[in-house]
Design a protein around this ligand. Structure first.
Ligand code: HEC
Length: 108
């Protein structure tokens, strides 16, 4: 079993996958505003560069590790990572969809 399978964050994301996935409007610009407000203090939210918090994965790399559509559900249900430094977040569905749209835009 891969190491990351055992991590709490993955369990949260898996639970999110099993939940329903309603289609909601996405707004990449809103997503960027939200992540620069809530996430950029720790995560790199740009196409290049290291994260301010050394343990926080740059957002452009999240798609290598997760299906980021699952992340959208997790952001609504309450995203909890295995890392104690990361606070728990809960967003409205349109906000979560916008954050995911922004993350996807980083690797387009
Ligand atoms: C206070 C610092 C901090 C903030 C703010 C923060 N994160 Fe994190 N985040 C981390 C750290 C540290 C990790 C690495 C967790 C680990 O390795 O277990 C992480 C991991 C993650 C992961 C991967 C989860 C996992 O289990 O591997 C995602 C997805 C994520 N963050 C999304 C976000 C989003 C979205 C926001 C803003 C809404 C955010 N983070 C804000 C510190 C932060």
């Amino acid at each position: 079993m891969e190491d990351r399978m055992a991590r709490p964050g993955f369990v949260v994301l898996l639970a999110a996958l099993l939940a329903s996935t309603p289609a909601v409007a996405q707004d990449v610009a809103l997503g960027r505003t939200l992540v620069s407000t809530y996430c950029a203090v720790c995560h790199s939210i740009e196409r290049a560069g290291a994260s301010p918090h050394e343990a926080a994965p740059p957002f452009r790399t999240l798609q290598e590790r997760y299906d980021v559509d699952m992340l959208s559900e997790a952001l609504v249900e309450g995203l909890v990572s295995g890392h104690p430094d990361m606070p728990e977040f809960a967003f409205e569905p349109y906000e979560a969809a916008s954050i995911v749209a922004y993350i996807k835009s980083l690797t387009e």
